[in-house]
Write a protein that binds this ligand. Structure first.
Ligand SMILES: Cc1ncc(COP(=O)(O)O)c(C=O)c1O
Length: 437
C-alpha cells in the first residue's frame, strides 16, 4: 500500500469509527424525541464524498453520468438527468416541454392541470413559463388528485397534467395515462415525495413523459440537495441536458453533430438553446451511488411503521382519516398523515401542540392547498372547482414522522402519546363503533 492509499484508508477508518460512535439517532426512552427526519447516510456516503473531493474532480462529470444510469435503471426508464434539487428537476421538465425544439411544445396561455395539494415548486415552473396552472382537488383517502374532478377539469385549453404522488402514494396511473392519451396531454410526474413508489408493479416516474425526483436530506435517500428527471425520450433528454447547463451543446450525447454544424465556433462553447446552471456535483453523485442500493430496505421500514400506526390507531377512526394506500400501489410513506374529522372534539393546533410537547415533531401535509398561498394572488391561475378537500387537508391535517429510522420503540411511544391525548379528549365517549361492537 503506498502512502496515498494508506492515508485514504486512515480517513475511511476514522470516518467509520466516528459514525459508529456518534451517528446514533435511535430512540431513547429516558429522553424521548422523534424527529420528522434522520440522516439516511453514514460512513459509506461520507467517505465517498470526501474521496471525491480529494480527487479534485468535483463538478458534474463521470460520476454524475454513472449515477444517472444507475437511477434510470432502478426506475425502469431509459434516461436520467441529475440536477441540484427536486425543484430543479421539476423546472427542467417544464422548461424542456415548453421549449421550441420539443414537438408540440407547451405555449404561453396553455393550461396545465395540477393538484391543489402540492408543493410550491410543483407549480412555480408553470407560472415561470407563462402556463396557466389549473388546480384540481384531492381525494381524501389517497390524498392524490381526484380522478373524476381531474377529468371534469379538462378543457380545450388543457395541454398537460402535472401530478404529484402525494406523500409517496402512487396515483392511479393507468387511468391517468388513458385520460392523457384520449386528450393528447403531456404527463409530468412530480415524484419528489415518492422515490421507490410503484403502481401495478411499475415505478412511478416511468409512466408519464417525464418523472422528477428529489434527493433532499429529508427524502427517501439523499445526496444532501439533489434531484433527477427521468424519461424514455432521447430528444427530451438531450434538451434537458442542454437546458441544465447554460444552453451549451457540450453535455448533449450528440454534441459532435453541433461541432460539425458550427465549425467556426469553439466546440466547448456552442450555445444552441437557452439554459440555466442547475448542475449537480460529483460529490452528490458519489453519495447517490452509495445510497441507491439501500433504498428498498429504507422504504421497508417506512412501510412497517405505517402499518403499525394504521393498526394501532384504527380505534380512533371516528375522529381521524389516515391516508389509504392506492389499490395496486406501493406507498412509500413520506410521512404518516392525519386528517381530523368534523366529529373530533379538538383542533389540529391542540393535538399537534400536545404531540410536540412530548418531543415528537409534526408538520402540515405538504403545504396544504397551494391555491390558498399568497403568492398565487399575483399570478394567473384557475381553480377547477371549490377545492374543498384540499382546504380540509390544509385546515385539519398534519403529519407525523414515518421514516427509515422510526423504530418499534419510537412507534410505540408515538401511539402512547396519542392515546394520552385521546384519553383526555374523549373521556367518557366511545372510541369507535368497532371498539364497542
Ligand atoms: C411534491 C414536491 N415537489 C417538489 C419538491 C422540491 O424538492 P427539493 O426540496 O429537492 O427542491 C418537494 C419537496 O419536498 C415536494 O414535496
Amino acid at each position: 500500500m503506498d502512502k496515498k492509499e494508506q492515508l485514504l484508508k486512515n480517513i475511511k477508518d476514522n470516518i467509520k469509527e466516528y459514525c459508529d460512535t456518534y451517528f446514533d439517532f435511535s430512540f431513547k426512552s429516558d429522553k424521548p424525541t422523534v424527529h420528522l427526519h434522520e440522516p439516511t447516510f453514514g460512513s459509506d456516503e461520507i467517505f465517498a464524498a470526501v474521496d471525491t473531493m480529494l480527487s479534485t474532480y468535483v463538478t458534474m462529470g463521470k460520476k454524475v453520468k454513472a449515477f444517472e444510469k444507475q437511477y434510470a435503471t432502478y426506475n425502469h426508464t431509459k434516461y436520467g438527468v441529475m440536477s441540484n434539487s427536486g425543484s430543479s428537476a421539476n423546472l427542467l421538465a417544464v422548461a424542456a416541454l415548453a421549449n421550441p425544439v420539443t414537438p408540440n411544445y407547451l405555449k404561453p396561455g396553455d393550461e396545465v392541470l395540477v393538484p391543489a395539494l402540492s408543493w410550491s415548486t410543483t407549480v412555480w415552473p408553470l407560472i415561470q413559463y407563462n402556463l396557466i396552472p389549473v388546480f384540481v382537488d384531492c381525494d381524501l383517502d389517497s390524498l392524490n388528485m381526484d380522478l373524476n374532478k381531474l377529468e371534469q377539469a379538462i378543457t380545450p385549453k388543457t395541454r398537460a397534467i402535472k401530478l404529484v404522488h402525494v406523500y409517496g402514494n402512487p396515483c392511479l396511473m393507468h387511468d391517468i395515462m388513458a385520460l392523457a392519451k384520449k386528450h393528447n396531454l403531456f404527463v409530468i410526474e412530480d415524484c419528489c415525495e415518492a422515490m421507490g413508489s410503484q403502481y401495478d408493479g411499475k415505478p412511478v416516474g416511468s409512466f408519464g413523459d417525464v418523472g422528477n425526483f428529489s434527493f433532499f436530506f429529508s427524502h427517501h435517500i439523499t445526496t444532501l440537495e439533489g434531484g433527477i428527471t427521468v424519461t424514455n425520450n432521447f430528444e427530451l433528454t438531450e434538451t434537458l441536458r442542454i437546458l441544465r447547463a447554460h444552453g451549451w451543446s457540450r453535455e448533449a450525447d450528440e454534441h459532435q453533430k453541433y461541432v460539425e454544424k458550427y465549425p467556426h465556433i469553439d466546440p466547448r462553447f456552442i450555445f444552441i438553446n437557452l439554459g440555466y446552471n442547475l448542475r449537480p456535483t460529483e460529490v452528490q453523485a458519489a453519495m447517490g451511488e452509495k445510497q441507491l442500493p439501500k433504498l428498498d430496505a429504507l422504504i421497508d421500514n417506512r412501510r412497517k411503521a405505517a402499518s403499525y400506526f394504521l393498526s394501532r390507531l384504527a380505534k380512533y377512526q371516528d375522529f381521524f382519516r389516515f391516508q389509504k394506500e392506492t389499490p395496486k400501489g406501493k406507498n412509500v410513506w413520506f410521512g404518516f398523515s392525519f386528517i381530523l374529522k368534523p366529529e373530533a372534539p379538538f383542533t389540529v393546533k391542540e393535538i399537534t401542540a400536545f404531540i410536540q410537547r412530548h418531543g415528537i415533531e409534526t408538520r402540515p401535509i405538504i403545504a396544504g392547498n397551494m391555491a390558498r398561498h399568497p403568492a398565487l394572488e399575483m399570478y394567473k391561475h384557475r381553480n377547477a372547482d371549490e377545492l374543498l378537500n384540499a382546504d380540509t387537508v390544509m385546515n385539519s391535517g398534519f403529519a407525523l414522522p414515518c421514516h427509515h429510522d422510526v423504530s418499534e420503540s419510537s412507534c410505540e411511544y408515538i401511539v402512547h402519546v396519542i392515546d394520552l391525548f385521546m384519553n383526555e379528549k374523549i373521556k367518557g365517549q366511545k372510541t369507535t363503533k368497532a371498539a364497542t361492537a
